[in-house]
Structure formats: structure tokens, C-alpha cells
Design a protein around this ligand. Structure first.
Ligand code: NAD
Length: 260
């Protein structure tokens, strides 16, 4: 279905981004991975995708907090594949703390990586998409693009921001064969969630088991974590021609969280 297309997925060395990159490759797209991690492990993942799915797989180590590296990554993808048809803005980090103790460098990093990086990738990739009259931009937002939780000021602000950026970009590209949508997952079991459990336990003065049950899954009526493959399947649909008329949509996949 995505044969002949090329995709750039930020933050795809782990979790949701890796599942999306693998799902695109399974569907025939060439993919450029991005993100941090052990170099040998990333190379194993990259070569594995190319071998398993018979597509081209590249990797960019660009830091999503650095605008010049972001632009260079988009140019590298265009150079490798001739074009970027599908852009997934997925890289993200979390930090949990009351506002008055929130470290300023953490605030700046979360706004840069979770929000501004999507502006920089779009700024670099949109001219090519407009020229070709086809493009798909998918932003991994969060249920926190629609509702808030205490102690996640920067994350909630960035994710609400990405919803606004998604809608604005959708309006600007609506007549040019380009769609821009955001996926808002609830809690998905990934390293990002696993890592925030100790800090949430500390901030709330409860055990890590209580964080899982009473904080995370308390918000999710299904009482189950969303899986990375479910999010990836929605991304594949949004990238397809069948989703041509969906643009500017803020789509939830949150086990009913934001229905409450
Ligand atoms: P993860 O920690 O497994 O993956 C994050 C990815 O981003 C990794 O590949 C990491 O290397 C990369 N990354 C981090 N900082 C980067 C930087 N400066 N430059 C480039 N890459 C960087 O996390 P995940 O849970 O898969 O999260 C992916 C996205 O999904 C994030 O935007 C997150 O906010 C969002 N999300 C996650 C959940 C969840 O419950 N896991 C829920 C809603 C939204």
C-alpha cells in the first residue's frame, strides 16, 4: 500500500516511533529512523527492517532539540530517497515535577523536542510535499493534548501546542494533497512510561505499583495499556490514500480516557 513512498519518523529507535517505522516498512515504504540509543543496537534495528521488509532503511542521529540538525536530517532523507512523502513527528520526552520546582532546562528541552521540532521538520519538508502535491504529516500528540494531569506542565503545554500546530498546518495545506493529523494515545507501555513511574511515585508519595494502578490506568477506563502496534496501525491508515479527506484531525486512542 505504501510502496514507492518514503517516510521519516522522528524518535523511532524505541517505543511508538519504532513500531510506526516498522509498520510503514511492512507496508512497503522506505524509512528513515531517528533517535538516540546504543549505536550497535540501532544499526541492528535498521538492518533488520531493511532485511525483513525488503525496503531501504536509513538512520539519522539528529537531535530534535537542535533546529539545524533537524533541517539537515530532512535534507538527508530527501537525498537518500529523493523525497519525504510521510513525516511522523514522534520524538518526545517527559519530566514530572510541580511547577515551582520544574527545572528550567527540562521545560526548555520538552518544548523544543515535543513541540518545536515538529515546526522545524514541517518547515523543511513541506516545500517538497507541496511541489509533488502529496504528503502525509502525522504528529504523535497524546491524551495530554486534550486534558491535563498535575506535575506535567511542560509536556501538557507542548502536546496542547502540537494540536494547534496540526490544525494550522492542515489548513495551510488543505488544497495541496497534503494531510496533517495528530494521534492522541492514552498510556502506551513503552520506555517513556516506564521511566516516569519512579518520579511520579516520588511526587505523589505513593508506591510504583500504586502509580500504575491508581494514577496511570485510573485515567484509562479500559484499564489496559494501549499497544504500540495499535498506534502504528492508525498511522498506516493516516498515511494511506483512503485517509485523503482526514486532515486537521486530533484522533484519540486512549481507552476512553478523554470520554470521561
Ligand atoms: P520512548 O522513550 O520509547 O521513545 C522516544 C523516542 O524519542 C526514542 O527513540 C528517543 O531516542 C527519541 N528521542 C528522545 N529525545 C530525542 C531528541 N532530542 N532527538 C531525537 N530523538 C529523541 O517513548 P514513546 O512512549 O514511544 O513516546 C513516543 C511519543 O509518543 C512521544 O512524543 C510521547 O510523548 C508520545 N506518547 C507516548 C505515550 C505513552 O504512554 N508511551 C502516550 C501518549 C503519547
Amino acid at each position: 500500500m505504501l510502496k514507492g513512498k518514503s517516510a521519516l519518523v522522528t524518535g523511532s529507535t524505541s517505543g511508538i516511533g519504532l513500531a510506526i517505522a516498522r509498520a510503514f516498512a511492512r507496508d512497503g515504504a522506505d524509512v528513515m529512523l531517528n533517535g538516540f540509543g546504543d549505536a550497535a543496537e540501532i544499526e541492528r534495528v535498521r538492518a533488520g527492517i531493511a532485511g525483513e521488509f525488503g525496503v531501504r532503511a536509513e538512520y539519522s542521529p539528529a537531535d530534535m532539540s537542535k533546529p539545524e540538525e533537524i533541517e539537515a536530517m530532512v535534507r538527508a532523507a530527501e537525498a537518500a530517497f529523493g523525497k519525504v512523502d510521510i513525516l511522523v513527528n514522534n520524538a518526545g520526552i517527559q519530566f514530572v515535577s510541580p511547577i515551582e520546582e520544574f527545572p528550567i532546562d527540562k521545560w526548555n528541552a520538552i518544548i523544543a523536542i515535543n513541540l518545536s521540532s515538529a515546526f522545524h521538520t514541517m518547515r523543511a519538508a513541506l516545500p517538497g510535499m507541496k511541489q509533488r502535491g502529496w504528503g502525509r504529516i502525522i504528529n504523535t500528540a497524546s491524551a495530554h493534548a486534550l486534558v491535563a494531569s498535575p506535575f506535567k506542565a511542560a509536556y501538557v503545554a507542548a502536546k496542547h501546542g502540537i494540536a494547534g500546530l496540526t490544525k494550522t498546518a492542515a489548513l495551510e495545506t488543505a488544497q495541496q494533497g497534503i494531510t496533517v493529523n495528530a494521534i492522541c494515545p492514552g498510556y502506551v507501555w513503552t520506555p517513556l512510561v516506564e521511566r516516569q513511574i519512579p518520579d511520579t511515585a516520588k511526587a505523589r508519595g505513593i508506591t510504583e505499583e500504586e502509580v500504575k494502578r491508581d494514577v496511570l490506568l485510573a485515567a484509562q477506563p479500559t484499564k489496559e495499556f494501549v499497544t504500540v502496534d495499535e498506534v502504528a496501525a492508525l498511522a498506516v491508515f493516516l498515511a494511506s490514500d483512503a485517509a485523503r479527506s482526514m486532515t486537521g484531525s486530533i484522533l484519540t486512542m486512549d481507552g476512553g480516557w478523554t470520554a470521561a
